[in-house]
Design a protein around this ligand. Structure first.
Ligand code: TMP
Length: 225
């Protein structure tokens, strides 16, 4: 039984650290975990990532940007995510389609319905089972990235108002679909946050396996009819 978890959040929210710790923990429990990231995760998608993040590409239009993110995503979904889920594995992705809604939709003001349509096409309607939002004020996130010595990419270079719209967009998306999203405070220290993430994921995996057990109990007598 596959399970698909995504991590979202503003730049500098610590998602990459948290998702790596979670992947290690779940793999240690014997689960078939596949950790990936967007944009990227396959050789083709990583090439698209390099293009998207290159500071020399400042003239890239928001429409070109969305199509490139979607191309990278389409490749990742078909080459890695779907096959792993179909084999009953657990996929953890550092960003997924909600980043497009937050950054290109709320950030750049592109039409959300059109973005949803493009995204549905790129992913063939694959949606996460659970999305964790590591929420952080835009200013704090950008400061953390500048101080952290991490790669400063083309998107970090957008102004503060852009990143504030992204954050507000994320919170709106989370509020609209509370059964899929869980909002966590990214200012918590690393270990406290990781403990919360692990608890939450354990609960959801347990709920999922109970549901599938109940499903198989029901389907046995029916299949005997
Ligand atoms: P990250 O790997 O450091 O999270 O950087 C990825 C950047 O790409 C980040 O600034 C968010 C941005 N992004 C979008 O604008 N749209 C998307 O669909 C995705 C996946 C990422």
């Amino acid at each position: 039984m596959g399970f698909f978890i995504t991590f979202e959040g503003p730049d500098g929210s610590g998602k990459s650290t948290q998702i790596a710790l979670l992947a290690e923990h779940l793999a240690g429990q014997g689960l078939a975990v596949r950790l990936t990231r967007e944009p990227g995760g396959t050789p083709i998608s990583e090439q698209v990532r390099a293009l998207l993040h290159d500071l020399r590409n400042r003239e890239m239009s928001p429409r070109a940007e969305i199509l490139l993110y979607s191309a990278a995503r389409a490749q990742l979904v078909s080459q890695i995510i779907r096959p792993h889920l179909a084999a009953g594995g657990l996929v953890l992705s550092d960003r997924y389609a909600d980043s497009t809604l937050a950054y290109q939709g709320f950030g750049h003001g592109l039409d959300l319905d059109i973005l949803r349509l493009i995204t549905a096409f790129a992913t063939d309607h694959l949606r996460p089972d659970l999305t964790l939002l590591l929420d952080l004020e835009a200013q704090t996130g950008l400061r953390r990235r500048q101080q952290g010595g991490v790669e400063w990419n083309r998107l970090d270079a957008y102004d503060l108002a852009f990143h504030q719209r992204v954050r507000a967009g994320y919170l709106e998306l989370a509020a609209a679909e509370p059964e899929r999203w869980v909002v966590l405070d990214a200012t918590l220290d690393r270990d406290t946050l990781q403990a919360a993430v692990r608890r939450l994921v354990a609960e959801r995996l347990e709920a999922r396996s109970q549901k599938s057990e109940a499903g198989s109990r029901v389907s046995t007598p029916l299949s005997e009819l």
